[in-house]
Design a protein around this ligand. Structure first.
Ligand code: CTP
Ligand code: MG
Length: 169
């Protein structure tokens, strides 16, 4: 029983790793020109806001894809993992962007907290983007959805303590 659970946990983390990398990298390497060019939506608020930058997006895409390439080498299935890494990273970044778009529409400022949305939008979209190539079983997906919010909050707290983030969440 405990063995099964640990195996599911390992499978979940292994599968979603490129998305985690894509989501975390911009915190360290992001900055500079915002993706929305500083433009406002028709409601007069930013489209995505200054927290979503081109550099962060590209860095996240490269770092997440690289994890996929490394996984392919380790697992001996270069093509599948490279493809999965790219899709998981792209999905994570698009999901994060969409989360910010929704936050701005809800009048939540850049950096403001949006529980659930902040922790899960990236991972849900990573799974959606990966689905044409491969989805793990429902138990593994469930574990991913359960473990991601606490992992996200914990890594953000570490990022805050290390001085990469101005807020602990
Ligand atoms: N970041 C970036 N480019 C991205 C995503 C994130 O540069 N595409 C960087 C920004 O410095 C951002 C930090 O990573 O401040 C943390 O990301 P996140 O918490 O998603 O952004 P917030 O600043 O909280 O903005 P929002 O309210 O829109 O989520
Ligand atoms: Mg945030």
């Amino acid at each position: 029983m405990l063995n099964d659970l640990l195996q599911l946990l390992g499978t979940a983390i292994w599968f979603i790793l490129p998305a985690y990398m894509a989501n975390a990298t911009p915190v360290v390497l992001g900055g500079g020109a915002p993706i929305d060019g500083g433009k406002l939506f028709r409601d007069g608020r930013p489209i995505f806001g200054a927290g979503k930058t081109m550099r962060g997006f590209v860095a996240g895409l490269i770092a997440g894809s690289l994890v996929g390439v490394l996984q392919g080498v380790v697992a001996g299935q270069a093509y599948t993992y490279a493809m999965l890494g790219l899709l998981l990273a792209l999905g994570a970044l698009v999901g994060d962007l969409l989360g910010s778009f929704i936050k701005r529409r809800l009048n939540i400022p850049r950096g403001g907290a949006a529980p659930v949305l902040d922790q899960l939008s990236f991972v849900v979209f990573a799974l959606l983007f990966a689905s044409p190539v491969m989805l793990p079983g429902w138990e593994v997906i469930l574990i991913i959805l359960i473990i991601t919010p606490p992992i996200h909050l914990a890594t953000n707290f570490v990022g805050y303590k290390l001085g990469f983030k101005s807020r602990p969440y």
